[in-house]
Design a protein. Sequence first.
Length: 417
Amino acid sequence: MPVTASATVATNERLRRLIAEGKPILHLAFGEAGLPVPAAVIDALGRGASDNSYAPVAGSPAAREAAAGWFERRRLPCTPAQIVIAPGSKALLWALVSILPGDVVLPCPSWVSYAAQAAIAGKRVWSVPIAPDGAGGVPDPDALEETLSDAVAQGGEPGVLVLTLPDNPTGTVAPAGVVERVSEIARAHGLSVISDEIYRDLAHAPDEFRSPAEYFPESTYVTNGLSKSMALGGWRIGFVRLPPGEAGRATGAALLALASEVWTSAPAPMQHVTAYVLGEPPGIVEHIARSRRLHRAATLAVHDRLVSAGVSCRPPTGAFYLYPDLEPLRPALLEHGVDGADALADHLLERFGIGVLTGSAFGDDPGALRFRMATSLLYGDTVERRREALSAEDPTALPWIRESLDRLGAAFDALAS
Ligand SMILES: Cc1ncc(COP(=O)(O)O)c(C=O)c1O
């Protein structure tokens, strides 16, 4: 099947070109955590650098054991046999969507790659809206029931439900009650759940976080990685916790067979990093806590400016995203010929030099005035500035962050007037 480039990657490349040409672009379009690598993690990579053998397909024993312990500390019993380490969680998500039987059910909006991966796997997709006033990443439970019945009535075979906790694009975390209800619906309809928890450690309230694997342990596959909480996207480290029991074991065997033919293993040096980071020494715990605090401060500050300009936006509760809805500004936007999501993203770039990702990239209604902003690229354009942002008591008071926040505030106000 023909595959088009990921919208997020394509927009990032376009904005980087404009920046290279010297244009003053405020780049808020890319889901990069934008933070420096701690020295201890660079040391761990250095220690692994001489390891040039192929690693076991499932991952090194040390990395799998560390990952199992990491899940155990998050209320999810886990043995190393339930873990597979891979070059990024994206590869695991694609593999799981390919292996698990049935059509794919996605919340709308949802992360750009799920629908594309389902299409590559030759799967039919059923899209279910998130609750208008609730968190994203999970479908509205009533709408889910309805879509599942409609799908079956139309000859569909819904089999895999993909959830994102915390969510990209909305920057919100579904509360325990909703996660529980959606898990029960999945069980009642015989679905498997893939719970993409790549932003889990960046939930603003980590203690309140609940995984569907707590409610639906026999069929929930939890994926995670070090791209977001540790800002190690370029190192390509992902992992999955397979469910305990026969179904999990059978899927695990199929996953390892597929991995052995496609990527062989995660890079051996990265498995040393995985073992080190997932062992959670105090320096890593502190680093992630600071990252969480910084993302929280930045998303809340941008949210403030959006709301002051009359824009609707769910208050952020995790990750580093906002997903505003400019419907209240539609009349003002129409005067500029802006009548939908793509036109709005172009308008923000052309009129204000602000780069965002159109809501249509997330499967959202192209006529809606929604887009996603990633605040993580506000932290500074040098490693020193990003380091300072990470350790600042009030990062939003740092001059370069304040300047960007003011620029955003002025742009939102101008859009409204
Ligand atoms: C929701 C979500 N899942 C998965 C990924 C991919 O992560 P990885 O770097 O582990 O492949 C991303 C990255 O943007 C993401 O936002």
